[in-house]
Design a protein around this ligand. Structure first.
Ligand code: ADP
Ligand code: ZN
Length: 598
């Protein structure tokens, strides 16, 4: 009988288990039940795939994401695993064939949608089959308190009743304490082993930049760091989605829009292209993303601020599911802050709800203005502690300079007060800088004591100060649509000099010129990289699968570093298993052999 390590190496082509994988796999192989909470990209699939291959019988994988089953099964087939799926997308004939394969004991893994599993016919069939395990993927769907509740998941309590001797492993990336208790109760995992692997996504590099010609900032990022990569660009409005998508196309990128105002057919078309091609940028509102599980999204860019840290974490979490380096880049500005504040204030919801929404927004603003490790603050927000700064966020890689903005803040607050708490940030900055505008003359603001007292501070710096004041609750934005600012209780200590304010000094640093990028492809390797990707795409098309099913980006990048010229070297690459080598290892080797002799 093969060991987990053998299967890891030969079938999946990996050399080491990650994190808790080994312990989880050992437990399930022994026949224990398990609850696994592991972040996206952490490697949950192997936790049930390997035990299913080692234990006798077929592993049943229950997942609500039927759109993904075809690709998951194709990926396993490429690795030489006997896999199939049963869901409503199959024709009657195809389903009968798979049921026959199941009955004949020919399958290693069978993916089933929950509603299909619960049909009496399927349950009968399973009772007559030899089963290795049940894996309940996206297990948080059993939780009525969770955000993804699926009624069919409640029915899964039959598994413990009908199949008491078959181990159950429940997996999810998102479950707070209450959700976990519900999963344990519903799926009868009280006696199982519990594995909690945190929420961190170490391969995602978090960066947040002040808006300063955001289109150019995006272009610079794409050109210098994301050459030919897939990514998602989020915008707040449909109009902006259309605009940015068209503009990116003009700049020579293949970008597609996605928002709720498009027809279902158009959306599906764009989504399919995004999933199948390896160089498409999707420009979208937050309507995009649910159930999207493309593993090789290399970046998520936010052209506007999301509305909370929860939303930010979920949206950025769509990057780097394959575990390879990915970037989450957000641009934010004072307009966003004002707009979002107004959106929450204007909503019809209860005062309590609005207050909570405001707190959420403030937490996100705090993250934006932060000068220390972003990941530590993000994780702490979800009650996870990261003892050391991460080394993989903008603030860690390139610590920002700060300046003591207390006096400037006092000037701004007093200017807001002296102008009667009736104006927005733009006018306040004009007054502080001593501008000569129509509005200033009209209101005689050139006569007040704060006129021109901040002339030596740049507009950019003033914007930072104003943003910080709003973020910190020193100024509040009224809901009238004009962004009128007024003082709050919190402003007092700052005005009296009992509190101080430090601001980021990131004015001239908008372009990430000296940013270290972990996996940037050397200029000289680009032709080779293109050749590898072209070959991957060609094979993927021949097999009718998305490119990542052939090899993940991480595997191609490792090839680029190793430049293998023999079978042994090729098999040492992470992600190259025996079957894949047999099928197309030589074609990739040929690229390197050609390259070695020119
Ligand atoms: P999850 O389901 O937790 O989001 P996956 O199971 O899809 O994550 O795994 C994410 C990626 O990491 C996949 O590309 C997978 O092949 C890879 N992976 C998983 N375990 C390992 C490992 N031990 N070594 C190398 N790569 C791994
Ligand atoms: Zn950090």
């Amino acid at each position: 009988m093969p060991t987990p390590q053998d299967v890891l190496e030969h079938t999946f082509g990996y050399s080491h288990f990650r994190g808790e994988q080994q312990a989880i796999i050992d437990a399930v192989c022994r026949g224990d039940d398990a609850l696994v909470i592991m972040p996206t990209g952490g490697g949950k699939s192997l936790c049930y795939q390997i035990p299913a291959l080692i234990r006798k019988g077929v592993g049943i994988v229950i997942s609500p994401l039927i759109a993904l089953m075809q690709d998951q099964v194709s990926a396993l087939e490429e690795q030489g695993v006997q896999a199939a799926f049963l869901n409503s997308t199959l024709s009657f004939g195809a389903a009968i064939e798979i049921e026959a394969a199941l009955a004949a004991g020919k399958l290693d893994l069978l993916y089933i949608a929950p509603e299909r599993l619960l049909q009496q016919r399927t349950l009968d069939l399973l009772q007559q089959s030899k089963l290795a395990l049940f894996a309940i993927d996206e297990a948080h769907c059993v939780s009525q308190w969770g955000h993804d509740f699926r009624k069919d998941y409640l029915g899964l309590s039959v598994l413990a009743e009908l199949f008491p001797d078959i181990p159950r492993i429940a997996l999810t990336a998102t479950a707070d304490f209450r959700n976990q208790q519900e999963i344990i109760a519903r799926l009868s995992l009280e006696n199982g082993k519990h594995f909690f692997c945190g929420f961190d996504r170490p391969n995602i590099q978090y960066r947040i930049q002040q808006k300063n010609k955001p289109k150019q900032q995006l272009l610079h990022f794409l050109k210098h760091e994301q050459f030919g990569n897939s990514g998602i660009v989020y915008c707040l409005s449909r109009k902006k989605v259309e605009d940015i998508a068209a503009w990116l196309n003009d700049q020579g990128y293949s970008a597609l829009p996605f928002h709720a105002g498009m027809s279902a057919a158009e959306k599906k078309r764009n989504q399919d292209i995004f999933l199948r091609e390896d160089n498409t940028i999707i420009v979208a509102t937050i309507a995009f993303g649910m159930g999207i599980d493309k593993p090789d999204v290399r970046f998520v860019a936010h052209m506007d601020m999301p509305k909370s840290i929860e939303a930010y974490y979920q949206e950025t979490g769509r990057a780097g599911r394959d575990g390879a380096p990915a970037v989450a880049l957000m641009f934010y500005g004072i307009e966003d802050v004002v707009k979002l504040k107004q959106m929450t204030q204007n909503s019809e919801a209860s005062a309590e709800f609005i207050r909570i929404e405001q707190q959420r927004l403030n937490a996100l603003l705090g993250l934006c203005e932060l000068t220390s490790c972003r990941r530590q603050v993000l994780l702490r927000y979800f009650d996870n502690d990261l003892p050391q700064p991460c080394g993989n966020c903008d603030n860690c890689l390139d610590p920002p300079k700060t300046w003591d903005a207390t006096v400037a803040a006092q000037m701004a607050l007093s200017c807001v007060f002296r102008t009667g708490q009736r104006f927005g940030a733009g006018h306040i900055i004009d007054v502080l800088r001593g501008a000569d505008t129509e509005k200033i003359r009209q209101w005689r603001h050139n006569d007040i004591s704060t006129y021109a007292i901040g002339a030596d501070i740049s507009v950019q710096q003033w914007r930072t100060v104003m943003r910080q004041l709003i973020a910190g609750g020193y100024l509040q934005v009224d809901s009238d649509g004009y962004g009128v600012l007024s003082l709050t209780e919190t402003s007092r200590p700052l005005l009296r000099g009992e509190a101080s304010l430090y601001c980021r000094e990131d004015v001239a640093r908008a372009a990430p010129a000296k940013r270290r990028v972990i996996d940037e492809i050397d200029e000289s390797d680009r032709p080779l990289w293109q050749a590898l990707r072209a070959l991957r795409k060609q094979i993927a098309d021949e097999h009718s699968v998305p490119p990542y099913v052939i090899f993940h980006d991480a595997t191609l990048k490792e090839m680029l570093v190793v430049k293998p010229t023999s079978k042994v070297q090729m098999l040492s690459i992470s992600g190259v298993g025996d079957k894949k080598f047999e099928k197309y290892g030589h074609a990739f080797l040929d690229i390197f052999l050609d390259y070695a002799y020119v």
